[in-house]
Design a binder for this molecule. Structure first.
Ligand code: E4P
Length: 212
């Protein structure tokens, strides 16, 4: 499973990217709004930090706006992938952008059917929001499992991004079930790195070294 960071914060993207395991970045309007910065400028800086798919989301809900915004965002850097919500207009836009050679990430996916339709429309990635499914009293990992199984069964090229990751076990389970990618907030990445026995082990080694 490849690891993307779910962030629009340049400092934390850099800090994570410097550790070497970050293969891509996902942003969304809420994450970008938190930064109070020009979106295009933020995207340019992210593309300079990480050499991999960088998801940038359209705001418009009608087909024409989606295509216009997608073309503007795609012109920023060849690695930019356009995030489009799965709606009727969204699927139409995914199809058009695929024909134009522009990669898309079908976002706000909450059912296996939405994922399958987006893949068949030509999405390069689909993003089931597993944490939000859990928040809503359903099983986000079961949804992820369904999508991964269906995509495997039909050898679909579309990659699955486990999104809306809330804690380290979401990442473990996503990897276990064969999700191609997980996009993870930096706070959860830090929890994935940390283990109390690693800290205790370092402390013990240093203590023993001092007493040699
Ligand atoms: C994915 O691409 C989204 O940006 C993200 O994972 C949403 O997560 P949230 O439910 O924590 O906002």
């Amino acid at each position: 499973m490849r690891i993307f960071i779910d962030s629009a914060n340049i400092e934390e993207i850099k800090e994570a990217a410097d550790m070497g395991f970050i293969a891509g970045v996902t942003t969304n309007p809420s994450l970008v709004a938190k930064e109070h910065r020009d979106y295009h400028q933020v995207l340019k800086e992210i593309c300079a930090l990480v050499d991999g798919p960088i998801s940038a989301e359209v705001i418009g809900l009608d087909y024409e706006s989606m295509i216009r915004e997608a073309q503007e965002l795609a012109a920023i850097h060849p690695n930019v992938v356009i995030k489009i919500p799965v709606t009727e207009n969204g699927l139409r836009a995914i199809h058009t952008l695929n024909l134009k050679g522009i990669k898309t990430n079908a976002t706000l996916v909450f059912s296996a059917n939405q994922a399958l339709l987006a893949a068949r429309s030509g999405a390069s990635f689909v993003s089931p929001f597993i944490g939000r499914v859990d928040d809503n009293g359903n099983d986000g990992l079961a949804l992820l499992h369904d999508i991964v199984t269906i995509f495997d069964q039909y050898l679909l090229d579309t990659e699955v991004i486990a999104a809306s990751i809330r804690h380290p076990m979401h990442a473990v389970e996503a990897a276990r079930m064969g999700s191609h990618i997980a996009t993870i907030p930096f706070s959860v990445i830090k929890l994935m790195i940390k283990h109390p026995l690693t800290d205790a082990g370092i402390e013990k080694f240093l203590q023993d070294w001092k007493n040699k």
